[in-house]
Design a protein around this ligand. Structure first.
Ligand code: SAM
Length: 245
């Protein structure tokens, strides 16, 4: 899978894309990155990428032409990616979107800066994406989050293929609690069932704790939850435990 990044600050990507999982996936040829400096597509001697907003107001706005020219070059050299503009005004990024993106061969992530991009950039992209209801100083941090979430869904990127199977949001449920050694830490014990070796009991416990955790922390997710008969029994047990407590 190819990620093309359009940015005014290419060096931001150097370290994050050369570490750990992403680096290994690059080395295996599963992922590749084109980092495009939008400033290389300016035509004036000052390499101007931003200008004052029409109508006045604070800050500067990224100009449309250098972004357009950068995209033209990307399209000609690498084929047109699915273009995404990172912007607080976009649809909120979630696991479903990450999964959808992971099936695309080529994503183009357009990173804004300053007060954002000229509105006409929106007509050049396929979708607008937000990380959440807060304002970052640039799209690069947002692009890195998207790359991280998408890359680990690309087949072969995670060494242990099963490790993404049970994760939070695969279903509209949070993941169950996880433990590793030591068995006792400051008098806090690992639940006995996890030491039992009984795989069926462990599976059932994990399912129940996943549902319990979602009820307690993210009840909004349950709106899209379709419980099985077993899930209904587990929910009844949780409710009984809560009322007894
Ligand atoms: N003036 C803009 C507004 O109020 O919507 C904010 C511009 S922000 C300082 C600069 C750039 O950071 C944006 O163009 C966008 O690329 C990126 N950015 C900021 N917050 C973001 C978010 N929540 N999700 C995705 N990108 C974001």
């Amino acid at each position: 899978m190819i990620f093309t990044l359009l940015t005014l600050f290419p060096s931001i990507f150097e370290s994050p894309l050369n570490e750990s999982l992403v680096k290994k996936a690059k080395d295996k040829g599963l992922l590749s990155f084109n980092i495009i400096n939008i400033r290389d597509f300016t035509e004036d001697i000052h390499r101007t990428c931003d200008d004052a907003p029409y109508g006045g107001g604070a800050g500067m706005v990224m100009k449309v032409e250098p972004i357009y020219q950068a995209m033209q070059q990307v399209n000609a050299h690498f084929g047109r990616p699915h273009y995404i503009l990172l912007t607080p005004g976009g649809r909120t990024f979630d696991q479903e979107t990450a999964t959808r993106f992971s099936r695309r061969p080529h994503l183009g992530l357009v990173c804004g800066r300053y007060e954002g991009v000229d509105e006409r950039v929106l007509s050049l992209v396929d979708e607008e994406l937000s990380l959440g209801d807060y304002v970052l100083s640039g799209g690069e941090a947002a692009a890195l989050v998207v790359i991280d979430a998408v890359a680990r869904l690309v087949p072969g990127v995670i060494g242990n293929e099963t490790s993404s199977i049970d994760e939070s949001f695969k279903e509209p449920l949070l993941e169950y609690p996880q433990y590793t050694r030591p068995q006792t830490f400051m008098e806090m014990e690992v639940p006995a069932v996890l030491l039992s070796g009984n795989h069926e009991e462990i599976r059932r416990w994990r399912r129940k704790e996943s549902i319990r955790r979602t009820i307690l922390r993210r009840p909004d997710l349950l709106e899209h939850f379709e419980p099985t008969d077993e899930d209904r029994r587990l929910i009844r047990e949780i409710m009984e435990e809560v009322s007894e407590a």
